[in-house]
Design a protein around this ligand. Sequence first.
Ligand code: LLP
Length: 386
Amino acid sequence: MSIPPAFRQALIEAAQRFPTPFYAYDWPTIQARLERLRKAFPKAEVFYALKANPRLGLLRRFRAQGLGMEAVSLGEVYRAYRAGFPPAQVLLNGPLKTPSLLETLRRWGIPILGLDSLPEVRRVGQALPGAQVLLRVNPDLPVTTHHHLATGQGESKFGLLPEDLEAALLEARRGGLEVLGLHLHLGSALERPEDFAAGYALMDGLYRSYGPFAVMNLGGGFGLGLALEALGPAATALARKHGARLWLEPGRYLVAEAGVLVARCYGVKRTRRSYLLIDAGMSQFLRPMLYGAAHPVEPLYESPRRGVYDLAGPACEAGDVLARDVALPEPREGDLLAILLAGAYGSSMSSNYLDTPRPLELLWTGEELEVLRQPQSLEALLAEEG
Ligand code: LLP
């Protein structure tokens, strides 16, 4: 894997105009991923999981491509509406929808609601009778991924166990909710088609027992190396068999590969290891620390000599290391590095820890650089404190 040449050139130019670190995304790569998804699932309606990368400029582009949005909080619904999506193209999932959230939605326009538990079915029936809903199934299936990313195990907090579905359906209908269908999301960063096959088999049984429904939502979770072509026909046939529209909720698959985090190098420091000091760390990019995620690193400079380094961020935490044992050309002060596969859950999980302002975010359209988000100012950081 490497950065497309035009995008790489754009990154180098951007670093002359803008402060580092910054995120940048390659729109042609996102489009290629979307095309591949649509080829594998030609009939599916796609609700982009905006938690993966919520920049408004990106969401507006997805709207122009005919996608809907999958949200999991009031803030994400607000964002989707601000990006111009009508309520009927927004799906709100997540394990808790409080009365005040439901009241706010009544004023703003009610999205399609993914319901996660029996108390929630009751609450939504009382607050928003007539709402269109899906019921999330807890399939009680093991999947192969990091344990923080497995959501479909019986012990996870998500969804209704198959044996509780009947009661939930009754309750939903009693509450006057319009049940569009069932929702399955097995987990994230899944690389094995077998995991999906097991989930699809479970949905087949549930639709046979409780169907028909208008919609079958098979969720997201596609890992970057997953052969979608191996899943698409089975998912399409399954939905067709039950006369349901097929919905999907991919996040990572569409945007991860397109994104890089660009950081500047500030010399090598030797303790018992060799640390390359860079200006990005856990405040900007948490995945290596939280999930032990290994993100490839590409130098945007050349040098005849090579070394092996751990990439140390600026935070005063021993865990603030973005990657270990990275073989790189020996950097001079000011040279640039790109951390790859950072387009999903990078910026969206960044924080203001250590009063670190949120970084700049750019989109390379294929022709020019667009600013998706200005770097946060120190003033803005303190603004809510008076
Ligand atoms: N649908 C539901 C109900 C979800 O909970 C998620 C992700 C998605 C769709 C999209 O999943 P994707 O296609 O992106 O795998 N912060 C973690 C990922 C957490 C995913 C949470 N739910 C990471 O950095 O890997």
